[in-house]
Ligand binder design. Structure first.
Ligand code: NAD
Length: 273
């Protein structure tokens, strides 16, 4: 059986994933701000470093899989800067810190939870996406703070998906036997979409979210996708972003991707030489 780590383990998708992995007989170390094995605040660099150290010790230095679920929702009262700190850096920094322990497994899998808002929420501020991917954490959180939660949320999730695609193919991830992939859930029925701190006026807008399947997803359905990405059935997946959204992305963006590719000669030379 494997050593797995789940962040955001005390609620919603993280709790469902923890349950599923534990019921299959795995050792699962949960990370969250309270009520779990490793209590840590993933919004700070110190909290992430402490979480990496505690998780590594709890797993005897070898981690076979990680699912990064910790996140703050855009309908909550949290400021945009905090959203950047938890949703983007709380996953990216944490995973980067765990890379040695994942590498020691020989074959490992890391999963981040992005969002279907990346392709279906209009007006994502691309400067925040760029700041996450290329700037410093201070710059990105300051920009997130000025934009507010509603705009910062999908930007953090788009940055996360692009980070996965950029990093998954590198020698220090797939070259070390660590597969890195993302899940983009649609609207899932968890405290993030129906909890006490969700703004009731903004929550009404969710009733108009286009879901061809006609219902919200269940956290257990995302846990099943995470389980698949951790397991041997997904051994060829590297840098993939799996949409699990009841058809929302397909109905909003039917022909945007897969997209035809017209690379420059330089790009072709770089890739195929
Ligand atoms: P949730 O609110 O039920 O769970 C989020 C968890 O993250 C909570 O347990 C919370 O304590 C933890 N967390 C928040 N801040 C933290 C911090 N600073 N340090 C450590 N842990 C912290 O929400 P959920 O719906 O289960 O969301 C899980 C993930 O899925 C999130 O990343 C979310 O953005 C993503 N997602 C959710 C939906 C949805 O509709 N629910 C859709 C797309 C993506």
């Amino acid at each position: 059986m494997a050593n797995f780590v789940v962040t955001g383990a005390r609620s919603g998708i993280g709790a469902a994933t923890t349950r599923r992995l534990a019921e299959a007989g795995n050792t699962v170390v949960g990370v969250d701000i309270a009520d779990v094995d490793v209590t840590a605040d993933l919004s700070t660099a110190e909290g992430r470093a402490a979480a990496v150290a505690a998780v590594t010790e709890a797993c005897g230095g070898i981690v076979h899989g990680v699912v990064c679920c910790a996140g703050l929702g855009s309908l909550s009262p949290h400021p945009g800067g905090k959203m950047v700190a938890v949703n983007y850096y709380g996953a990216v920094d944490f995973l980067t810190g765990l890379r040695p322990a994942l590498g020691r497994a020989g074959s490992a899998s890391a999963v981040v939870i992005s969002s279907s808002s990346t392709t279906t929420q209009p007006g994502i501020p691309e400067d925040l996406v760029t700041a996450c991917l290329e700037g410093t954490e201070d710059e990105a959180t300051a920009l997130g703070e000025s934009l507010g939660a509603l705009l910062a949320y999908p930007a953090t999730k788009l940055a996360l998906a692009w980070w996965v695609r950029r990093e998954a193919v590198q020698a220090n991830w797939i070259g070390e036997g660590i597969r890195l992939n993302a899940i983009a859930p649609g609207m899932i029925d968890t405290p993030m979409t129906s909890g006490a701190d969700v703004n009731p006026d903004l929550a009404k807008a969710l009733d108009y979210y286009p879901v061809p399947m006609g219902r919200r997803g269940r956290p257990e359905e995302i846990a099943a996708v995470a389980d698949f990405l951790l397991g041997p059935g997904s051994s060829l997946l590297c840098g993939s972003v799996l949409f699990a959204d009841g058809g929302t992305d397909a109905v909003c963006r039917p022909t945007d991707w897969p997209a035809a590719w017209t690379p420059s000669n330089e790009e072709l030379a770089r890739l195929f030489s």
